[in-house]
Design a protein around this ligand. Structure first.
Ligand code: ADP
Ligand code: MG
Length: 475
């Protein structure tokens, strides 16, 4: 029976599987494809350069033992790295390619003699001097632990954050995922961790980045054909803080690259801190393998602060700003703004501003007016544009489609829902709603509102649409 690349590789896999952790096997060996066997050289295809480096760094010994068992002591392993930037030809390229035209080929061989590993060959991809590149942390020094007031609502997250800051990568809170609703302090806490680490370990490379910016960078990297530089950049970071990871939902390319970066950092004992507006179980359109990574460490929730905490947050803010305010007013504000610390701070800032601009004394009446305005203001943020955006996002169409003249049922329904919510959540007239949603007249809007009313009492699916969108519009 003659040997094939596949049979040789399968035997190697069996041996490897028995000797390493199942998780590691799954991550690092399952994605490999055996491509070619010539005499004593087996060629395997790996998904990226990073993958190759990882195998070389961690599994070269076991690979050598396994392959030597199969092919004898002259066994050689050839890596074929699948390039992401592909042009034309789907055949694996099987010659060595000069680095100048690397991006123009599908794949690249790295020929590694297992017996005499020369250091230059080991890792031909390191960009010279990259370790000397100084990375700006992008941290906001105003967000510290000191001014992140503790309360029942945030105790777990805050102390996990402190533990991580004391020993980055050295606790079981890796990754640390901080989740919670809007304005509850996720970004603040994420910065505080980074700031504290920079303070205690100035030599560590810390990077704070929003998931949105991360995605943008990745897209740019793809456009410029330097996905690998992008990955390398992130792999040299000691503490990676990514804010609002829910933004990655549905973006499978970015999720994929983040998965690899995450694995690299995690396995090298580097710290990862993530924030999200949802618990991992509730995240949608995030790949399972990534979600399971999120759950490896600790998920800590930031809940809405209780009254006492709200009062101390306000007092702390006033103290830092050097402003005095009667106790009853502080309590009044804390009692009336409950669900969002950002709004709480906003109200107190307008109160201070009002009183100093108008030279008015800060009284309960002034506080009442401002809190009312503030609460109303945040409600008034729902505009017809915003409603159209939420509705079209919900049905995964763009606003142009929603506004188009088409009679397709699902588009008509989406349009009618947008009109219905515009009527419900804004003070705009029927005529004005109609003109903003696809240049319709007031009768069309009226008809839409009636139809939505009818359908939501007769059609269960439709009622769910109304409930879902209502929820989205009222956060
Ligand atoms: P999120 O990222 O969850 O939307 P932020 O971190 O931006 O929220 O917080 C909103 C505002 O509330 C920030 O100004 C932040 O400093 C403040 N804040 C939130 N929680 C606290 C807290 N426990 N103590 C002091 N300030 C807080
Ligand atoms: Mg935030």
């Amino acid at each position: 029976m003659s040997l094939t690349a596949e049979s040789v590789w399968n035997n190697c896999l069996e041996f490897i599987k028995d000797n390493i952790q199942p998780q590691a096997y799954k991550t690092w060996f399952e994605p490999i494809i055996a491509v070619k066997l010539t005499e004593n050289a087996l060629s395997i295809q790996v998904p990226s350069k990073f993958f190759y480096e990882w195998l070389e760094e961690h599994y070269v010994k076991i690979l050598k033992v396994a392959l030597t068992k199969e092919l004898g002591k002259n066994a050689k392993l050839v890596y074929i790295i699948k390039m992401e930037n592909t042009y034309g030809n789907k055949q694996p390229f099987t010659e060595k390619i000069p680095s100048s035209n690397r991006s123009a080929v599908k794949s690249q061989d790295v020929d590694i003699p297992l017996n005499n590993k020369s250091p230059e060959l080991r890792n031909p991809f390191v960009i010279p001097g990259i370790r000397n590149v100084k990375i700006e942390s992008q941290l906001n020094p105003n967000y510290s632990f000191d001014n992140f007031l503790e309360g029942d609502s945030n105790r777990l997250a805050r102390s996990a954050g402190l533990a991580v800051a004391n020993k980055p990568g050295g606790t079981s809170f890796n990754p640390l995922l901080i989740f919670g609703g809007v304005g509850l302090g996720k970004t603040h806490l994420a910065h505080a961790i980074g700031v504290d680490i920079k303070d205690k370990y100035p030599e560590k490379t810390v990077l704070y980045i929003s998931a949105e910016k991360f995605t943008q960078q990745y897209i740019d990297a793809i456009k410029k054909n330097n996905r690998n530089d992008f990955i390398h950049f992130y792999q040299i970071i000691d503490v990676l803080i990514i804010d609002d990871v829910q933004f990655l939902s549905g973006k499978s390319g970015t999720q994929d690259v983040f998965f690899h970066i995450f694995n690299h950092l995690h396995q090298n004992g580097k710290q990862v801190v993530l924030t999200s507006d949802k618990a991992p179980v509730d995240m949608q359109d995030i790949e399972q393998r990534l979600l399971s990574r999120f759950k490896w460490g600790l998920s800590a929730e930031l809940q809405t602060p209780d009254f006492e905490t709200r009062v101390s947050i306000l007092k702390n803010k006033l103290y830092r700003d050097g402003v005095e305010m009667p106790e009853e007013i502080i309590e009044y504000v804390a009692k009336n703004i409950k669900s969002n610390v950002r709004e709480l701070e906003g109200a107190i800032i307008s109160l201070i501003a009002q009183s100093s601009f108008n030279k008015k004394e800060i009284t309960i009446d002034l506080a009442r007016i401002i809190v009312e305005k503030f609460v109303k203001n945040t409600k008034r943020e729902v505009s017809i544009d915003y409603i159209q955006k939420v509705v079209s996002d919900y049905f995964q169409m763009d606003i142009d489609t929603l506004q188009s003249k088409t009679r397709k049922r699902h588009i008509v329904q989406a349009r009618q829902l947008a009109m219905f919510f515009a009527k419900k959540f804004t003070k705009a007239s029927l005529a004005s709603i109609g003109s903003q949603i696809g240049k319709r007249d007031h009768a069309t809007v009226l008809h839409a509102c009636k139809t939505v009313d009818n359908l939501s009492s007769t059609d269960k699916q439709f009622r769910k649409y109304v409930e879902d969108i209502t929820k989205k519009l009222s956060v």
